[in-house]
Design a protein around this ligand. Structure first.
Ligand code: SAM
Ligand code: SF4
Length: 463
């Protein structure tokens, strides 16, 4: 039934020939060319355990990441529209049997208020998230929420890309979703390990493993170009999960000529009344987490990697270097929480999982600059129809950076002028100066002109 071949993945993981340091070193060298790796090759790299080889793996992932993405980091915020859910996932606070969770679905006015809060912070990208519910997360409501989000304009600031993370849909409903003007459609398999999947999802529509696994096929068939896959790390062995995730990506690429736009790698966090979340059955330690990120970066060099901001600064710096290209910032994971956080109401009883990082966008931006990463608020590709295979062609030809750098710098400048605190402004202005000074030729001239337009009061400058 499924294309995820568990026994093949297990054979790779058990093959002693793939645990050979000489082969691993050869494969790291091969990966340096940024042409990707096969499943078998990725399995060999996941087996690396010697500190020296791990260091070489990390350095190579860093090199590939820097060649393709430079030091840009795309920022976004999630917006939860409902925490009602008919599923019972053992790891999630929104699970149906969690009778103590305060349930809430936003009204259209509340969607607007939450969006206004995010726009005032300086956000340009939202990830809309919902529990699965026939009425509370219906297509009609999602459509209304998306158009409400796009309608909010405050002093030149607005949300320019709405991505969405919801339950799998039929092809018909995916077509409707596309008509709402979404960016990326995301849905995580959670675990590709069938037996674990059946244990974690005791009932509800999500119990249908294959329906979820083929969600991306249906989304692509419906014409949604940018899709995001992911796994919830901690449910099963991380090596198995990483290979299965890559297997999924390769399969989509073979079938549709374009792989996933992004891969998400959430680690299981403690969640209210979610039995599995407090003691992950296969907790992933920091070193293994770094390794799996590096292997994904080398296996699919052109796929964005998304990370939540909860990790501590030191680890985050390394994860950015190794391949992470998008992070959430200033996040809240319950419906209505942005407004409520201003009124300091206790939100834990409504949130999906516990966040370790409660810093504002402004604080994250400053931190990124200090770490040497350029916060990007760019949404140009999707609005210039550079999606799906057109995006990948540009990325693979090495030309995407020529578009990204000026767009990232111009959108960052816009952020600094309109939203940054005085302290962040100081750090960010110096950072911007250094970044522009480091460019040359037409790229520099183009960027300077775009920044001048932003300085002159123009907003949403991109090409
Ligand atoms: N309800 C839809 C679904 O399950 O696909 C979409 C929204 S769900 C809130 C989004 C994602 O949150 C899930 O796919 C899962 O990976 C993640 N998640 C759930 N519980 C989590 C936890 N305790 N820690 C970290 N991530 C979690
Ligand atoms: Fe519902 Fe999604 Fe949470 Fe599962 S992960 S309980 S489907 S919101």
């Amino acid at each position: 039934m499924e294309f995820i071949n568990e026994s093949y993945i297990n054979t790779l993981l058990e093959n002693p020939k793939l645990n050979d340091p000489e082969l691993q070193l050869e494969l790291i060298e091969k990966a340096r060319a940024a042409k990707g790796l096969s499943l078998e090759e990725s399995a060999a790299l996941l087996n690396i355990s010697s500190p020296d080889l791990l260091e070489t793996l990390f350095l190579t992932a860093r090199e590939v990441k820097e060649t393709i993405y430079g030091n840009r980091l795309v920022l976004f915020a999630p917006l939860y529209i409902t925490n009602l859910c008919i599923n019972n996932c053992l790891y999630c606070a929104f699970r149906r049997d969690n009778k103590e969770l305060i349930r809430k679905t936003l009204t259209v006015d509340e969607v607007r208020e939450e969006t206004e809060f995010l726009v005032r912070q300086g956000h340009k990208r939202i990830l809309l998230v919902a529990g699965e519910h026939p009425k509370k997360s219906s297509m009609e409501f999602i459509g209304e929420a998306i158009s409400t989000i796009y309608d909010v304009h405050i002093n030149g600031g607005n949300i320019r890309r709405v991505n969405i993370n919801t339950a799998p849909l039929t092809i018909e409903n995916f077509k409707t979703l596309k008509s709402f003007g979404i960016g990326t459609y995301q849905c995580f398999q959670e675990t590709y390990h069938y037996k674990t999947y059946m244990h974690m999802h005791p009932d509800g529509p999500k119990r249908d493993y294959a329906w979820r696994l083929y969600a991306m096929d249906r989304a692509l068939q419906a014409g949604i170009d940018d899709i995001g896959i992911g796994a919830l790390f901690g449910l099963t062995d991380y090596k198995f999960e990483t290979l299965a995730l890559l297997n999924h990506a390769f399969n989509l690429d073979e079938k549709f000529g374009v792989g996933p736009h992004t891969i998400s790698i959430p680690r299981l966090e403690p969640a209210f009344n979610a039995p599995v979340s407090h003691k992950p059955p296969f907790a992933v330690d920091d070193l293994s987490f770094k390794k799996l990120i590096a292997v994904i970066r080398l296996a699919v060099p052109y796929t964005g990697i998304i990370l939540s901001t909860r990790e501590r600064a030191e680890l985050r710096r390394e994860l950015f270097r190794l391949g992470v290209s998008q992070i959430s910032a200033g996040s809240r994971t319950s419906p209505g929480a942005y407004k409520e956080s201003q009124e300091s109401i206790e939100e834990y009883e409504m949130e999906q999982f516990q966040l370790g990082d409660h810093r504002t966008l402004d604080e994250v931006v400053k931190d990124c600059c200090e770490l040497g990463y350029m916060p990007s608020f760019c949404t140009a590709c999707y609005r210039s129809s550079r999606t799906g295979d057109r995006f990948m062609e540009l990325a693979k030809s090495g030309n995407i950076g020529k578009l990204c750098t000026p767009n990232a710098l111009a959108t960052f400048k816009e952020y600094v002028i309109d939203y940054a605190s005085d302290e962040t402004k100081k750090t960010a202005e110096k950072f911007l100066e250094r970044e522009v000074a480091g460019l040359d030729g037409t790229l520099k001239t183009k960027t300077e002109k775009m920044i001048q337009r932003v300085n002159g009061g123009e907003r949403d400058v991109f090409f």
